[in-house]
Structure formats: C-alpha cells, structure tokens
Design a protein around this ligand. Structure first.
Ligand SMILES: NC(=O)c1ccc[n+]([C@@H]2O[C@H](COP(=O)([O-])OP(=O)(O)OC[C@H]3O[C@@H](n4cnc5c(N)ncnc54)[C@H](O)[C@@H]3O)[C@@H](O)[C@H]2O)c1
Length: 334
C-alpha cells in the first residue's frame, strides 16, 4: 500500500513510521521543509531505539520506504492520512485539495473535530473517516476508527482491517460523537477531578486516581502534562458542542501563564522534572468515577461501542489496569 501523510509533526511523523514499519511505502508531506527534516531525524532516532530493544531488525530498510515531499500532487492514488493542525479551516482546505487526486481511503487524525463536518470538504465522502492514533503512535497500541455520517460500511471495515494489519487495536467508533470514546471518558474523569479541587489538593485527588482507579498518572497531573491551555481550549469546544467537560479553574491559570509541564508551573511545580504525588488519602474514588461510568453506559446504549471494545480501548488508551465499567462494579458505582 502507498500511504501519503499530510502534516509531519508529532503525530504525522509517528504515523508514517508505523506504516513504514509494517512494510508500506510512505510519503511524508508538509508545508515546512524544516518539519520534514525534523520528522526524518525523529524517525531515525526512534527506529534506532527500537532496534536496541530488539523490536526493529533493520533501520535502513524501514527508512528506505519513507519519502518526503512538499508537493501535494504526489498523493495521487495513495491512501491519505491527514495530521495537520487541529483547525477545521486548515484541515478542510487540504482535504478539499487532496481528495480529487485519489479514490483510496482518506482519514483524519483529528482528536476533537467531527468527522462528518470535515467530510464536507472531501470529494466522495463515503471513503472519509477518522483514524485517531494516540501519542506516541509508535508505542501506543490503540487507534480509534471513527465512522462519520457519510462513511460507507465497506470503507469503515477496510480501515479497521488496515489498523489491525499495523499490529494495533482498532477501536470501532460507530457514531461520530464529540471526543470519540476514550477522550469522552477521560474528559468526564477530568471534570470530576476538577470539581473535587474545592475540597482536596491535587496530590490527594491524584493519589486516589492512581491507587484506586489504577491510572498510570494522576488526573490533575495529566491535565498539567497534556497542557492546561490545550485542555482549556477543548473544554470550551466541548461546551459549544453540549458535552460536559468543565474545569473552571483552568481559565485563570492559563491567563496567568500557568500552562502545566511546558511552562514549568501548573497545578504542580514541574521546574525540577516530573513531580511526585505526596498524599496518603483522598476523596471517595466513587466521586471520581461516577461521570465516567455514566458516559460509558451512554456510549454502549447508543451503539457507539460494545462493552468489550470500550474496556479494551480504555486500558490501551489510558493505561488503566481495569476498564471503567469493571471498576464501577467493584466500587459499587452503577
Ligand atoms: N499531539 C497529540 O498528542 C495528538 C494526539 C492525537 C491526535 N492529535 C491530532 O493530530 C493532528 C496533528 O497534531 P500534532 O500534535 O502532530 O501537531 P504538530 O503541530 O506537531 O504538527 C502539525 C504539522 O502540520 C503541518 N501543517 C500545517 N498546515 C499544513 C498544511 N496545510 N499542509 C501540510 N502540512 C501542514 C505543520 O507544518 C506541522 O508540521 C491534530 O489534528 C491533533 O489534534 C494530536
């Protein structure tokens, strides 16, 4: 298969590497020469690390399958994955220009824009869908495959098979809901964690998220880690789309320059590296879990995912030791 990746930043370069590692010929495309150079350097570095660990045999042969380009017309007859900035205008523009060049699947790696809205820019939108890789794509096993209102069943299945052939777990998201599946659950967990900040410290909340919910990183620390500005923007977008992701304290923090890990200060002090969670108790874990369990049940009741798919997706996407519904049953949240 010939794959054309549009946008060679953090995600595009990783996605290209994944396809090349699975034996496909990949062209990385970007408007910036510098981004292409950085992408190739990053891929070489990553492949060498993987070779040291024994999961890649021949770095040069993988690299020989990756090409770079600043010419969109080279997408002709390729499967296309779009990974440019999270901006509907930028995405729609490039999707509109690339779609007349190929009849293959065109997928977007968007994390929050509706697939159906993006599909309006695509010629023959029945082959357009979401392929939501997680960061870093090379290491994360999960890819959400999202069916938009215009996506055909045949192309949706084909995309699920492609993701499987990459050695990833394709989580089928059968309806185009805001945030898809894993992030919807995460946003509900964030909302509960934020609400508890009036009574508990970030350390206490994170202590419970790690010890009782089995999360690899506390929820408040994860807000810092992924960026308070990024989460603030998503919460505003969620509000516009009627989804309950609320964290009132973010606005003031972002305005005062506290962006989390990237600025050195957020809920935690990151100036000396990853902070430690220092607490020995915290809120009732059921308070953290309730909204997420409600969300999981809603997603299943709407036919978006099955229970098994959802639980597997959460373990792979959020690194949880148990699924959210299993945890709910253990802790008595129904
Ligand atoms: N970073 C993450 O953790 C993550 C996770 C999942 C999904 N996503 C999604 O992946 C997409 C890309 O995110 P990223 O973090 O890789 O961003 P990034 O800023 O690292 O990379 C975006 C790249 O797109 C290029 N670009 C911009 N406009 C372009 C155009 N018109 N044509 C070609 N190239 C163009 C930029 O030069 C840049 O190199 C976004 O939709 C984002 O929501 C990101």
């Amino acid at each position: 298969m010939k794959v054309f990746v549009i946008g060679s930043g953090v995600m595009g370069s990783g996605i290209g590497q994944v396809f090349a590692m699975a034996g496909h010929e990949v062209t990385l495309y970007d408007v910036k020469e510098e981004a292409l150079k950085k992408a190739m350097e990053g891929i070489r570095w990553s492949l060498q690390k993987l070779q040291e660990k024994g999961s890649v045999k021949d770095v040069e042969s993988v690299l020989s399958r990756i090409f770079t380009s600043r010419d969109l017309s080279e997408a002709r007859d390729h499967l296309v994955i779009e990974a440019v900035f999270e901006d509907i205008k930028v995405k729609s523009d490039v999707l509109g220009r690339v779609s007349p060049l190929t009849d293959e699947i065109i997928a977007s790696n968007t994390s929050s824009l509706p697939i159906t809205e993006l599909s309006r820019a695509v010629r023959n939108p029945e082959r357009f869908l979401g392929m939501h890789f997680f960061n870093p794509p090379v290491l994360m096993k999960l890819v959400e495959v999202i069916r938009g209102d215009n996506t055909s069943e045949e192309r949706f299945r084909e995309a699920l098979d492609i993701v499987k052939s990459l050695g990833k777990y394709p989580l089928p998201v059968r309806k185009d809901v805001f945030g898809f599946v894993v992030n919807r659950i995460l946003f509900r967990l964030f909302t509960s964690a934020c609400a508890l900040l009036t009574q508990y410290t970030p350390h206490e909340i994170d202590y419970v998220a790690i010890k009782e919910l089995g999360m690899p990183m506390g929820l408040i620390m994860l807000l810092d880690y992924t960026g308070l500005d990024v989460n603030y923007d998503i919460s505003k977008e969620a509000e516009r789309r009627g989804f309950p992701f609320k964290c009132d304290v973010l606005e003031g923090m972002v305005k005062s320059g506290k962006l989390g890990r990237k600025s050195g200060q957020g809920f935690y002090d990151w100036s000396k590296g990853k902070p430690e969670v220092k607490a020995t108790s915290g809120p009732d874990p059921r308070e953290l879990l309730r909204g997420a369990v409600e969300e999981a049940k809603w997603l299943i009741s709407q036919g978006v995912v099955t229970r098994e798919e959802l639980e597997t997706g959460l373990k792979l996407g959020l690194g949880m030791s148990r699924g959210i519904l299993e945890l709910g049953e253990i802790l008595g949240v129904h």
